[in-house]
Design a protein around this ligand. Structure first.
Ligand code: NDP
Ligand code: GDR
Length: 362
């Protein structure tokens, strides 16, 4: 029997990798996309199947986590064996500006989906994955963080995700649902959104190398994160829903690096070696070859309350799911830097052919 999965947030980084994984395993994949005034399916366009030509195994539905009746209708139509709830306003800094919307989509959106399953009588049939996050640990209470570490959210995003985490636990306990939380630490890839720090760095340094950008402005260079590769992490999501019993799992590499180290490694990969000087707001990095300042600190990117340091302990996932990250930090940085250098070279070709290029910067 072909399994049917419904992915919310299918147009995002993880949605794209998870769709590829599930299609590769023979699933029929349904995804929820938002109506936008421009195309927003770039990350999954290669999976698109013309409905006029073949039996579709990849189907997109218009919808939104803030619209309960729409979610009920889609779940009823699809009758999924598995739901992966990846949709979210996922940017921590933006959540300070859009706190109510973030709560509506990230917290209440999760409740709406869980309720849709109950209303439709699918709570015993459909397995549910909730995209929980290391941001729940916020002001960390223990190092490294595992499934028993207390939560201390430090942003409207994290507080909304805390509600979603506990509703997932509660629906599991109250209604016997196969509902699991993946507490995923930061995971990145060439498909990462351009305003998250890793992608912002690799994209800017590649453009600086080719002369299309002068400088990269960043916030807290001392922030420490446990960074893995998105492709490895979506495999863990799938494994969670294949277990006999639902549970909550930390997914992380167990290794930690600073934002400054990420910049340095990406610059080395792009053959743009840097020297650092100054402290705090005065800190800068210059190119060794030209002496130009290419990285500066801009307090605009400081957060009202910062998560300084995250480090995960994935022992439970290794033991129970047999999950191991495959991609090292150096390989991740190299893959992202190479992909953004390719993109900058395409930009160079367009510019050389006389085309105007619109390349927004953060
Ligand atoms: P992205 O920001 O790349 O993707 C988010 C997706 O959610 C997009 O498809 C977006 O649509 C969609 N979306 C946003 N708001 C709504 C809404 N109201 N209704 C329907 N869809 C919506 O995130 P990632 O792929 O990186 O992350 C996936 C999930 O995992 C998120 O929930 C995130 O919070 C969580 N997470 C991510 C981690 C990471 O390091 N990447 C770590 C831990 C948790 P559109 O394309 O139209 O904007
Ligand atoms: P994060 O990711 O907040 O951990 O949330 P992000 O890449 O935005 O920030 C990581 C760290 O880098 C510091 N930083 C900057 N961040 C951004 N975006 N831009 C900058 O210029 C900059 N300079 C320094 C930040 O202060 C922070 O400490 C991501 C998201 O994917 C969430 O959805 C997910 O839940 C968590 O990861 C785990």
């Amino acid at each position: 029997m072909t399994k049917r999965a419904l992915i919310t947030g299918v147009t995002g980084q993880d949605g794209a990798y998870l769709s590829e994984l599930l299609l590769g395993q023979g699933y029929e994949v349904h995804g929820i996309k938002r109506r936008a005034s421009l195309f927003n399916t770039e990350r999954v366009d290669h999976l698109y199947q013309d409905p006029h030509e073949s039996e579709q195994r990849f189907v997109l539905h218009y919808g939104d986590l803030t619209d309960a009746t729409n979610l009920i209708r889609i779940v009823q139509e699809v009758q999924p064996d598995e739901i992966y709830n990846l949709a979210a306003q996922s940017h921590v800094q933006v959540s300070f500006e859009t706190a109510e919307y973030t709560a509506n989509s990230d917290a209440l959106g999760t409740l709406r989906l869980l309720e849709a399953l109950r209303i439709l009588g699918l709570e015993q049939r459909t397995r549910f994955y909730q995209a929980s996050t290391s941001e729940l640990y916020g002001k960390v209470q223990a190092v490294p963080q595992d499934e028993t570490t207390p939560f201390y959210p430090r942003s409207p995003y994290a507080a909304a995700k805390l509600y979603a985490y506990w509703m997932t636990v509660n629906y599991r306990e109250a209604y016997g649902m196969h509902a699991s939380n993946g507490i995923l630490f930061n995971h990145e890839s060439p498909l990462r959104g351009e305003t998250f720090v890793t992608r912002k760095i690799t994209r800017a340094l590649a453009r600086i190398k080719l002369g299309f950008q002068q400088r990269l402005y960043l916030g807290n260079l001392d922030a420490l994160r446990d960074w893995g590769h998105a492709r490895d992490y979506v495999a863990a999501m799938h494994l969670m829903l294949q277990q006999d019993s639902p549970d909550d799992f930390v997914i992380a590499t167990g290794k930690q690096h600073s934002v400054r180290e990420f910049v340095q490694l990406a610059a080395d990969r792009l053959d743009l070696p840097l020297s650092w000087s100054g402290q705090g707001l005065e800190e800068q990095a210059r190119r060794d070859d030209t002496g130009e300042v290419v990285v500066s600190v801009d307090p605009r990117y400081f957060r009202p309350t910062e998560v300084e340091s995250l480090l995960g302990n994935p022992a439970k996932a290794q033991r129970q799911l047999g999950w191991q990250p495959q991609v090292s930090f150096a390989e991740l940085v190299a893959e992202m830097a190479d992909a953004d250098l390719d993109a900058a070279q395409r930009e160079a070709t367009l510019r050389a052919s006389g085309y105007a290029v619109n390349a927004p910067q953060e």
